[in-house]
Design a protein around this ligand. Structure first.
Ligand code: ATP
Ligand code: MG
Length: 610
């Protein structure tokens, strides 16, 4: 399924909206009660013309002031009852619908957490954000208004028309005249509006993505003086969205015009015909008054249908967008799919890659796989450095171990057990990872580090991990380990973040450790200190360490060279320096082929200085 902007397709709004039923079910009694209250309120409104008729034909015609006062009192009471009932309806639905929205949002969030990394690679975050906010708000509004009022207004119109037909069937037919053209217009409108509504909501998602990226990337934008071009891109998208919204408004205006004009014309015609009948004495003045006030009372229920339909269309679109995410398959749990307890093979301990093949799902067709037949065995307690040119697939290989991506062919075993045969939770409890990008969360330093340990970990574990990662700097922070780090940890330096990420990887004393270039941002002295401490940790763990620098490579017992999607050579640092020209080249510090020209060409720089 494409993440954004699916081609417009025929879909039934009703069928789409029916998918909300599981969420609406728990509050169905409340909603139904509220709808009945609203119907009652509307019907109370329809009694008012009948009282008017009685007043005009009775007390007014007969000159009886007492009767007029009585009628007026009745009208006042009816009006108050109508208002109170509508108020009661609002009160009945407000709380349960807020609950429905919250439940749907919680489900969406939970689902997003369970979706595979490949899904998040594919979907822009703004699209997910807008689905969790704007779309859910639209749904709550739909459940609060259109859902009830399409029903209530429908009932009101039927009852009102019946009342009018009973009063005078000929005039009633005049009023009913525009019904057919109205229904046809509504049908055409619905179809068109659905397409525009979808486009608008997708564009809101795009806009959210741009805002989010530019807020997160504010340093790059400012550093490169890109703010103007960023603003331009935003303006462009914003203008597109404005155009779509205006198109929605135009459609709404058109349907509104038709919905308002046709009934007004019919009422005018009925007034003329009715007046003529009253003049001829064939119709009582009271009946005409009652008839016309009923017709006027029906104006709002009819007129509101336009925007109720519009809101329903938007809600259908929102439902569609919500379920596009909810329908995405979460990571399947292998414990259920594999069947049978996996048997460990004796003598096959450690971390082993057997003929592992992998390609990214969104890689262009025909492109070679990133990994193609990787064979590698890291013995228990051994640490192995993984070296390769940039883009050779080192990060990809490390991501396969905690199953952030699934191998396409071959298998990976931990102590002889295929990782696809063990529950993800168990796998991830055994394997700790420090990623290339040290990601921190808006939480305290301690919480960020302890994220890598089980629930039982305490301050002692935290201190030990901080010591290994040489992250003593946290004690100089204002509140020590209780200091809140800013969003994404951007209040810390790159090296500080990297050391916290490393502390997070080692805090749980994992049996398997996967470190993706964990020391790249450190100065040589800090690096040496971290290495000395890390060596003690590595002695007890089986580790795979991606390395770019000889100093990091020397941490490991052996080195493997990844090249052309496979392991081209394995051995000690010295052996490989002797036997592999590529390895010697990578380690020599000479510029690697393919990484020249890292800076943007002059032409790319912004013209903003002008
Ligand atoms: N999410 C992704 N979707 C599609 N292709 C990807 C994705 N991530 C990486 N790739 C591609 O896979 C290849 C290997 O990338 P990878 O990040 O594993 O390289 P690396 O060896 O870690 O490089 P570096 O040393 O620069 O960190 C690259 O060609 C990259 O373009
Ligand atoms: Mg990498």
């Amino acid at each position: 399924m494409p993440p954004t902007h699916p081609p417009p397709q025929d879909r039934s709004a009703v069928r789409t909206l029916l998918r909300l039923w599981p969420y609406v079910r728990p509050v169905r009694a409340r909603l139904l009660t509220a709808a009945c209250v609203a119907v009652l309120a509307s019907c109370v409104g329809l009694v008012i013309p009948l009282v008017l008729k009685w007043m005009v034909d009775g007390p007014v015609a007969g000159g009886d002031p007492g009767g007029v006062w009585l009628g007026a009192l009745c009208l006042l009471l009816l009006g108050c009852a109508e208002a109170l009932l509508f108020g009661l309806r609002r009160w009945l639905v407000a709380r349960p619908l807020a609950g429905v929205e919250a439940r749907m949002r919680a489900d969406l969030y939970r689902h997003l957490q369970r979706l595979p990394v490949a899904f998040h690679d594919r979907w822009p975050s703004g699209q997910l954000l807008s689905r969790g906010t704007t779309d859910l708000m639209l749904l709550r509004m739909f459940l609060a208004f259109p859902l009830t009022f399409l029903f209530v207004n429908g009932v009101t119109i039927v009852v009102g028309v019946a009342v009018m037909l009973v009063q005078d069937w000929a005039l009633g037919l005049v009023i009913l005249g525009p019904a057919v053209p109205l229904i046809l217009t509504c049908a055409v409108f619905e179809k068109r509006y659905a397409a525009v509504a979808r486009r608008a909501q997708d564009q809101v998602g795009d806009l959210t993505t741009v805002v989010e990226e530019s807020v997160l990337g504010i340093r790059v934008i400012k550093g490169f003086g890109r703010h103007r071009s960023q603003a331009r891109a935003f303006r462009e998208l914003s203008r597109t969205l404005r155009g779509t919204e205006l198109r929605k408004a135009r459609l709404l205006a058109a349907i509104w015009a038709v919905i308002v004009t046709l009934p007004e014309l019919a009422i005018g015609a009925a007034l003329v015909a009715g007046a003529a009948q009253v003049a001829d004495g064939r119709l009582s003045a009271g009946t005409l008054v009652a008839f016309l006030s009923t017709a006027l009372a029906l104006r709002w229920p009819v007129e509101s249908i336009g925007f109720l339909l519009a809101m329903s269309q938007e809600a259908a679109t929102a439902t569609e967008r919500y379920f596009e995410v909810m329908d995405a398959e979460p990571e399947p749990d292998p414990a259920r799919t594999a069947g049978g307890a996996p048997a460990a093979r004796a003598g096959d301990r450690g971390l082993r890659f057997e003929n592992v093949t992998f390609r990214y799902p969104d890689a262009p067709p025909g492109s070679p796989p990133v990994l193609d037949g990787v064979e590698l065995h890291i013995r228990p307690g051994e640490s192995l450095a993984l070296v390769g040119a940039t883009g050779s697939g080192k990060t990809t290989l490390t991501a396969l171990v905690p199953r952030l991506h699934e191998v396409a062919g071959g298998r990976i075993t931990l102590d002889g057990v295929d990782i696809t045969a063990m529950p993800r939770a168990r796998l991830r409890a055994q394997v700790a990872v420090a990623f290339e990008e040290p990601t921190l969360f808006s939480a305290t330093v301690g919480e960020n580090v302890l994220m890598g340990a089980g629930d039982g970990a305490g301050p002692a574990d935290l201190e030990r991990a901080l010591a290994v990662a040489r992250a003593g700097f946290v004690h100089t922070l204002p509140q020590g380990t209780a200091t809140q780090v800013g969003e994404q940890g951007l209040s810390l330096s790159g090296g500080q973040r990297q050391r916290l990420a490393l502390a997070r990887a080692v805090v749980g004393e994992p049996r398997f450790l996967v470190l993706d270039d964990p020391l790249s941002a450190l100065d040589v002295h800090t690096e040496a200190a971290v290495e000395a401490a890390l060596r003690r940790v590595l002695a007890g763990a089986t580790a795979l360490i991606v390395a770019h620098r000889p100093s990091t490579v020397l941490l490991a017992d052996r080195v493997a060279l990844l090249s052309g999607g496979r392991i081209a050579a394995v051995g000690t640092h010295r052996e490989l320096l002797r036997t592999s020209a590529e390895y010697a080249h990578l380690m020599s510090g000479a510029q690697e082929p393919g990484v020249t020209g890292g800076t943007a060409p002059a032409g790319e720089q912004e013209d903003d200085a002008r």
